[in-house]
Design a protein around this ligand. Structure first.
Ligand code: SF4
Ligand code: SF4
Ligand code: FES
Length: 319
């Protein structure tokens, strides 16, 4: 099968050093992965093509790149599944991190954010004579998150990071959850307090991309939501992020629908005029685009709102 690989190239030493796409035609086999093809291109067509890989078995996490617009492990992605009708596969370096050359990104910032969440056990109390013991039941729910191979795919495609590079990001937050939820760890509260700060667990926009692209099913966004719940349960100080979540749920309970004016005023507080005024351009854009409910800005409860309330009650009754 002849496949065209449209690869984003970048050489910092070239003048001018601007990224550009280069196409390569390659005869590929049904079983070939994108990594097989890239290595083939480098060995037979263009030895200057630069990429990073090691295990070739979806274990080391080093071959993450964007394939047809989404981050993936090149060694786990079949060419055949990716080739469009015209037989084209587009390959780019990961997003949200600087490119060193071609498909190789600088992951220093990624590791810095992982270090920021202190990814090591911090037990409290007297050190036991032997090991720190935990029952299998109390650790089972952590096996998924411990499967993270630190490939960076979730970080590459994170919508929140794209607009705010201070956000600690899905991989580091999943790692934080791994320790917050570890029954042997004694620092859960201080970890949650740190994650409650700007750039922490409340900055996720729940775009779900980290769930979509993770090659190991870590479910970073779900871990972030669990961190938020644990933060609220642990009584970490209220932030606009936690208030937003609580007011959101309360409005759905009371009205069966979102009430945006109420959501904003209750989240930020009526006294926070500067923050509320900063929302005005967005409100005007919503008006111009017709995104205002037919009933007007005053949102009444929908008919049948009791069904929502019963759903809430059932969720609260769940063990
Ligand atoms: S769900 Fe949150 S953490 Fe995951 S990619 Fe989207 S914004 Fe980032
Ligand atoms: S959570 Fe998944 S996508 Fe993110 S670094 Fe870990 S393995 Fe990779
Ligand atoms: S080369 Fe190791 S995960 Fe792809």
């Amino acid at each position: 099968m002849i496949t065209i690989f449209r690869i984003r190239r970048f050489n910092p030493e070239a003048a001018p050093s601007m990224p550009y796409f280069q196409e390569y035609k390659l005869d590929t086999d049904r079983a070939d992965t994108v990594l097989d093809a890239l290595i083939d291109i480098r060995e037979t067509l263009d030895e200057s093509l630069t990429l990073r890989c090691s295990c070739r078995g979806a274990i080391c996490g080093s071959c993450s790149m964007r394939i047809n617009g989404h981050a993936a492990l090149a060694c786990k992605t079949k060419v055949q599944a990716m080739a469009s009708e015209r037989g084209v596969v587009q390959v780019e370096p990961m997003n949200n991190m600087p490119v060193i050359k071609d498909l190789v990104t600088d992951m220093a910032g990624f590791w810095e954010k992982v270090r920021q969440v202190q990814p090591w056990l911090q037990p409290a109390g007297q050190e036991p004579e032997g090991e720190y013991l935990a029952s299998s039941e109390s650790m089972n729910h952590l096996t998924g998150v411990m499967g993270c191979i630190m490939c960076g795919a979730c970080v590459s495609d994170c919508a929140a990071l794209e607009v705010d590079e201070r956000f600690v990001g899905p991989a580091a937050l999943a790692k934080a959850y791994r320790f917050v939820a570890d029954p042997r760890d004694g620092a859960a509260r201080s970890r949650l307090l740190a994650l409650n700060e700007p750039g922490g667990m409340w900055d996720c926009t729940r775009c779900m991309e980290c769930i979509e692209v993770c090659p190991k099913g870590v479910g970073a966004m779900e871990r972030i939501m669990s961190l938020r719940s644990r933060g609220i349960e642990a009584g970490v100080p209220s932030t606009s992020g936690s208030r937003h979540a609580e007011v959101f749920a309360d409005l759905i309970y009371r009205k069966g629908r979102l009430d945006e004016p109420m959501l904003a005023t209750r989240t930020f507080g009526l006294q926070n005029l500067s923050r509320l005024l900063s929302l005005l351009p967005m409100v005007l854009r919503a008006f111009v685009r017709g995104k205002v409910p037919k009933s007007g800005p005053l949102h009444r409860a929908i008919p049948g709102v009791e069904k929502f309330r019963r759903l809430f009650q059932r969720m609260e009754e769940r063990p």
